[in-house]
Structures are given as C-alpha cells and as structure tokens.
Write a protein that binds this ligand. Structure first.
Ligand code: ATP
Length: 519
C-alpha cells in the first residue's frame, strides 16, 4: 500500500469510464490512463530501470507528463521533474546531480539532453513527439502491465529541485509517505472533498510541487478530471474554464493578477468554479479583493514549500478566513515561530497587525515545520541538511527561511522571506509591506521592491513598477504616495518603471535579476 500510485489504481478500478485527462479536445478515461501507465512502466523495465532508479521528466504540462509520472512510480522508480524552460547548463547540473537513467522529453527539448548526455548516467532519452501529439509515446510504451512495485513509506518517490534562487538547485527527497500524507490533506481542503465530477484547470507547471501534488494528485486520487495547459495564457485559460465548466482552479498570485488585469476581465465566467486555490508566494491583499469583487468565487490561500510536500497552512473562507494570513496549520503538521536560539515567540492577540504600528522584530521569527510531510532531506548535501533541521522536543523541525508571526486564534502571517529583508540605516524593511501598498494604487498593475546598495544607509529601497495600460505616473508621485502612508525609512527612494517583472516559471519575481539590472 505504501506506493503512492496505488491510489490511482484504486480510482481506475472504481471509475474506469470517468475522464481522467482532457487535453486539446481529447478525453482519456481512467481505464485508458491506467493502461498507459502500465505500458510506460513496462517500457521502463524493458529499458533496465530497477526500483529506486531515477527517471527525469522534462516536459511541459501534457498528458504524457502525468502518464510518465505515475508509470515511473508503478515501476518503483523515482521521478525527477525538470523545468521545461531549462536549457543545457541547468540540465547538465540536474542530470549530473540526480543520476537519472532515463529522461522523458519532447522533440524540441531533446538536443538539450543529448548535448550533455555524455558524462551523465542517462542511458535512454524517450522523445514523445510534439505538443499536438497528445497520446503518443512512440515506441517506448511496451506491452504488458507490471504489478505495482512495492515501496516502503520512507522510500523516495519524487525528487524535485528547488529553483536555486539561493545557489545551485538542490534535490529534495520526498518519500511516498510525505506525498501521500499531503495529497490526502490537499484533497480534504476542498469543500466537500474532490469529487468525481470535479474538473481541474492545470495551469500550474507540473514539474513544480504545487502543480504536481495539489492539482494532479489531489484531483486524480479522488477521481476528478485534470485539464492541463502547456503554458500560461490568461485568455486561453479563461476560455477553457468557461467552455468546459471547470470547477477547480489553482494558480500562483501572478496568474490571478494577470486575470484581473485583462481588458475583458469583467466578461470571464467563473460561475462553474467552486474553488480557486493560490500559493507559491503571498497573494497581495488588493489582488485577492479585486478578484473576489469581479467573480462569484472565493480564493483559498495555501502556504508551503517543496521541502514540505508542499502545503502546511491553509486559509479557508469556510473556516473564518483572515485575509492577509496564510491561515492555520494543517492537521498532522506542527509549526512554530522561533527566534535565533530556537525559543518560541509568543502569538499576538489578533492579526494581521499594522506593520507600521508594531515593532516587528519583537513579534516575528522564523517559521519552522515538523510533520509526516517534511522531506527526508536534500540529496547528497550533508551540510545543507545540517542547516535545514533542528531537533527539539522529540521532533525534527525544518527551517523555512520565512519570517512571520502568529496570533492567539492560530492564524499565521508570513511577513517575507528572510533573504529578501532590506537593512537600511539600521532599520529592517520587509519588501512585501511596500509591495502590498503599491498594489493598492489604482495606476499600478504590478510591483516589486528590492534593496540596492547605498553608501550612507547600507541599502536603500527601490521599487520596480508596472503601470496599468493608460496610466502616466511619475517616480515622484509613487514616492509621495508611499511617504504619505508608510514610515519614512520604508518608502522607495528610487522608482523604476518597467514593462514587466522578471518571473520564474512558478510566477515568483526574480529579485536577484532586479538587483543585477540596477547595478
Ligand atoms: P528556492 O528555495 O530555491 O528559492 P523556490 O522559491 O522555488 O526555491 P518553493 O518551494 O517553490 O521554493 O517556495 C517556497 C516558498 O514560497 C516559501 O518558503 C515562501 O517564501 C513562499 N510561499 C509559498 N506560499 C506562500 C504564501 N501563501 N505566502 C507567502 N509566501 C509563500
């Protein structure tokens, strides 16, 4: 029972004729899907893959990703999901580090793998054809369907990589138990659970933990249908949502912001949608508010990390949500806010606090997590593992690197990532607070704030602003707007107008690029 994929086998036998995947107008039933999973597993075995071997999946969101993912698990292998935007340098690091033996990819990406194949353990590159080739795996699928290979709870199932914003990407060892506990949890967070008539929009990249587990596993484990789209395009996604009466959407904040900033935003039809999930980074309060004003659906915010498989906190509108909070700790997960000596920091009476009114240093600390969802460790990185965990009170606590606080009602608030903090003239400034304010400006579509070197203050605050289409703001106006509403030391002394913000595939602003652009 430990093998995660058993869940899919159970769904397939309970609902053989229900749609599992829907892509480009084609429907794939659970029976067909499970059949392909078997053939893929047989193909892997014929290629010499043994239990515990790693298989790289270097694909955009296509049905074949989902088949290869579950086929690898069925054969007892470890899935190494790879960002399809990666090119030779990144691929070289990932394949070298993970020691994947097989890589499944799409025609256009084959050269990036073959160029670096020498010197890696890759024995076979499986090319699946093109984007329009929704079902083919060409010759790789083998006849027969092997039994699900037994795995222990603590055997590794998936090895995603961190995005590497803090150095080289690290392989995160997630076990069958880690993912199982979290996928079940994710399904239970949906009001009434995920149902067989649920249809989930698949715009989150599948190589990333959020798309992989919350959308794919939580949907497919429960017999819902998954509608992947290979890349994010707000118009295309909204058309699919309305045309197919989709019921669940999960996205990163940048996607929701993109939706509300479309010229025809008021025409989008969300009437079939019963849940909009968001995570990956904090959603600006103003974006949430405007989205909920436009559409008859609520946003459910979750918080988590790749290392925690991923969800640890959830802010459910059904359970007295507090906007601006990441919500409460999930059952089965423990979280604490601790100082540098690992002493717990007491909760405030009620959040969210006005960050201008309180001394944040007194109420905030690092968020640490313990539970069955916490990774086994980073692959082959003993020093990083040493830094990542603290053992206390009989538990193993994972350091998130996020600064936050909590309140007496059990709500948690992420102020920002520790590494984003700006120290200016001795003051600590968290960019997110300034960004939240900028998002409230009617002429600002998007904003990101970073610290840039400053001779006198050490660092100073700089805002990068994307204006709404007809706006004509000046830097002085933006500075004035902030000065009127924030402590003087927090206001952006420098303002740059840009057409767009550099983002990762998962919609996070690449702040290091903004700092480099400044230099
Ligand atoms: P790296 O660790 O290399 O930078 P990454 O940013 O891709 O990689 P993820 O596991 O994708 O790593 O992201 C986890 C981080 O995302 C959390 O530590 C937190 O900073 C942020 N995050 C996720 N959800 C939320 C949320 N609801 N509110 C605020 N921050 C969030």
């Amino acid at each position: 029972m430990a093998n995660l994929v058993t869940e899919i086998a159970d769904t397939a036998s309970a609902h053989p004729d229900t749609t599992a995947l829907h892509y480009d107008g084609q429907e794939i039933s659970y029976q067909e899907f499970w059949g392909q999973v078997g053939q893929f597993a047989a193909g892997l075995q014929a290629a010499g893959i043994e239990p515990g071997d790693r298989v790289g999946i270097y694909l955009p969101n296509l049905p074949q990703f989902v088949v290869a993912f579950h086929g690898t698990l069925r054969a007892g292998g470890i899935v190494v999901p790879i960002n399809p935007q990666y090119k030779t340098r990144e691929i070289s690091h990932l394949l070298g580090d993970s020691r994947a033996k097989v890589v499944v990819t799409i025609g256009d990406l084959v050269p990036f793998v073959s160029e670096v194949q020498d010197g890696t353990d890759v024995e076979e590159i499986v090319a699946i054809g093109g984007h329009d080739d929704a079902t083919a795996f060409r010759e790789f699928l083998a006849a027969g369907a092997p039994d699900i290979v037994d795995r222990d709870d603590d055997d590794v199932a998936v090895q995603p990589y961190t995005s590497g914003t803090t150095g080289q990407p690290k392989g995160v060892l997630l076990t069958h138990e880690n993912l199982h506990s979290n996928a079940e949890m994710a399904a239970s967070l949906v009001p009434d659970g995920v149902r067989t008539d649920d249809k989930a929009l698949g715009v989150l990249p599948l190589f990333h933990i959020y798309g992989m587990t919350v959308v794919m596993n939580a949907t497919l484990f429960s017999g819902g249908a998954y509608y992947p789209l290979p890349s994010w395009d707000a118009q295309q996604a909204m058309e699919l949502l309305a045309a197919e009466d989709l019921t669940i959407m999960h996205g990163v904040p940048a996607m929701y912001n993109d939706v509300i900033n479309q010229p025809n935003a008021e025409e989008f039809d969300f009437s079939s949608v019963r849940l909009c999930g968001v995570g990956g980074s904090g959603i600006p309060v103003e974006v949430l508010r405007r989205f909920e004003e436009l559409y008859p659906t609520k946003i459910y915010e979750g918080y988590g990390l790749t290392e925690t498989s991923p969800v640890t906190h959830f802010n459910s509108p059904e359970k007295g949500r507090r906007v601006g909070s990441i919500g409460k700790t999930l059952p089965g997960v423990d979280s604490r806010v601790v100082d540098a000596d690992f002493e717990e920091i007491a909760p405030v009476e009620e959040g969210p606090v006005d960050e201008d009114e309180v001394d944040l240093d007194e109420i905030t600390g690092e968020l640490v997590i313990s539970g069955a969802n916490v990774m086994q460790g980073y692959y082959g990185l003993p020093d990083a593992n040493e830094d990542a965990f603290t053992h206390a009170d009989g538990k193993r606590w994972f350091h998130t690197g996020d600064i936050g606080y909590h309140d007496e009602d059990g709500f948690y608030y992420v102020v920002d990532r520790e590494k984003h903090m700006i120290v200016s003239g001795g003051y600590n400034i968290y960019p997110r607070e300034v960004e939240e304010l900028l998002f409230e400006h009617p002429d600002i579509a998007e904003a990101a704030v970073v610290g840039i070197p400053d001779e006198r203050r050490g660092e100073t605050v700089k805002a990068f602003v994307v204006e709404t289409p007809d706006a004509d703001l000046t830097a002085d106006e933006v500075r004035e707007y902030c000065l009127e509403r924030l402590a003087e030391y927090k206001h952006p002394r420098e303002v740059a107008f840009v057409d767009e913000l550099p983002r990762t595939t998962t919609g996070k602003v690449q702040k290091f690029e903004l700092r480099e652009a400044d230099e």
